[in-house]
Write a protein that binds this ligand. Structure first.
Ligand code: NIG
Ligand code: FE
Length: 428
């Protein structure tokens, strides 16, 4: 077998290979969450954009034979590209003034009740065309790539009319086609109640179910259907109706659950067969147990807790209960204006007491599971897509320590170098 690319002299290679066959078919839980598949003195061989061998250097050289290109990692760390399974990437405008109001003591919900929050971003996003959103989105995806993210979920939700939601999802599809990153789209028509329906929540829920969902499915624009279940957003009953309708139409449910209050979102997510329940800052033990039993992934967003100054989700408790957990940025203009998965990892370690190994698995393999992409990405095993990162460090734990800065030196997507810290993003 001949490889196109051989990466050698890897000080620490994190393969995330499972300890038994088929072990990566489901997200990691409990003690297995810390299993990064660490190989010291490793190598990685790639052919046609796919991993053909990953492990100790002598074994990989033997298996791979001659390679067209050899890259010397210089004794540094190689790990799978990060998967960010929860972002609101596509929005126009900025909410810097609201940030300052919060610092002076107003809460996020108080600001929203005064006409700020999501609805302000909706107003700014509605007046931007698809091309403008694609341009903004492409520049943002460059930033994600520079932080080591190679696959990203992108939600709609700043349109809230049939046409504006379709516009956002079409923009996400264009970005998937034109950018290095893989973009996985989620329909979040139930993100907020738009001003036209301020006194008619049920009417808006009907619009979501009867007009938006069929249009999204007709154009095959989304994989997942999400709802913001919260006081001031959508009730558990409305969320259930939307997620069940989405499910019947072929969209897998996700849920913004128990972020600012406990409305029973965790249990609802488990009951409707959601692939993930996200946020969970206020989730009850009962809800978390239901998630563990159903295998619902808890997508934790420590950037949001950090930025809102709220207590972090109880990650250690979730791990102890057997909930599979993943990490994401929640990148959005109001509650988490960061696109950095390394920052999410650092916050998860310091704020939620994850071990660096657990945070890395949560940000790669389990994150891939949370968006149905684990067959392709999230670990460096033969047959999987060769998406990987070279860190400027000789110990992988450094990625969790150097908060607010990037140790990502090179990023490879499908076996091609697409980013280098010296020369930036390679044009697609
Ligand atoms: O995930 N929770 C709902 N949506 C976002 C906030 C979006 C915004 O404030 O613009 C979130 O936190
Ligand atoms: Fe969110």
């Amino acid at each position: 077998m001949a490889a196109d690319l051989l990466v050698v002299n890897i000080g620490q290679l994190l393969t995330l290979a499972p300890r038994h066959p088929g072990g990566n078919d489901t997200p990691r839980r409990g003690a297995a969450l810390a299993d990064v598949g660490l190989v010291t003195g490793g190598a990685l061989a790639v052919a046609d954009g796919v991993v053909v061998a990953a492990g100790p250097e002598a074994e990989v050289r033997e298996a791979a034979g001659r390679a067209a290109e050899v890259v010397d990692a210089g004794g540094r760390v190689v790990l799978p590209g990060f998967v960010d399974p929860h972002t609101h990437l596509l929005f126009a405008g900025s909410r810097a003034d609201e940030f300052e109001q919060r610092l002076q003591g107003l809460s996020y919900l108080e600001i929203a009740a005064r006409g700020g929050g999501i609805l302000r971003t909706v107003a700014q996003t509605r007046v931007m065309g698809e091309a403008g959103l694609v341009e903004l989105g492409a520049a943002r995806l460059d930033r994600l790539l520079a932080c080591g993210t190679t696959t990203v979920e992108v939600k709609s939700g700043y349109g809230l009319t049939v046409e504006d939601e379709l516009k956002l999802l079409r923009a996400a599809h264009r970005l998937h086609a034109l950018h290095h990153l893989d973009v996985v789209p989620t329909f979040l028509g139930a993100h907020a109640l738009p001003p036209e329906f301020a006194r008619d929540a049920d009417g808006y829920v009907r619009l979501v179910i009867e007009e938006m969902l069929p249009a999204v499915v007709e154009e095959d624009l989304a994989e997942f259907c999400d709802v913001f279940c919260e006081q001031g957003a959508f009730t558990p009953e409305q969320a259930r109706a939307i997620l069940e309708a989405g499910s019947a139409a072929g969209l897998v449910p996700k849920l913004h659950a128990d972020e600012l209050s406990d409305l029973g979102g965790a249990r609802l997510a488990a009951e409707v067969g959601a692939i993930s329940a996200d946020h969970l800052l206020c989730a009850s033990d009962e809800g978390l147990r239901a998630m563990a039993a159903a295998g619902t992934i808890g997508v934790l967003l420590p950037g949001t807790a950090f930025f809102l100054g709220l207590p972090y989700a109880r990650a250690r408790h979730m791990i102890a209960l057997g909930v599979p957990i993943a990490l994401a940025t929640d990148f959005n203009p109001g509650t988490s204006p960061t696109w950095s998965m390394p920052m999410a990892i650092a916050l998860a370690c310091v704020g939620m007491r994850l071990r660096p190994a657990e945070a890395v698995v949560a940000a790669t393999l389990n994150a891939a599971h949370a968006i149905g992409m684990a067959e392709a990405v999230g670990s460096l095993e033969p047959g999987k897509v060769a998406d990987f990162v070279i860190l400027d460090a000789d110990d992988y734990r450094a990625v969790a320590m150097h908060f607010g800065v990037s140790l990502v030196d090179e990023v490879y997507k499908r076996g091609r170098r697409v980013y280098s810290s010296r020369t930036g993003v390679v044009p697609p």
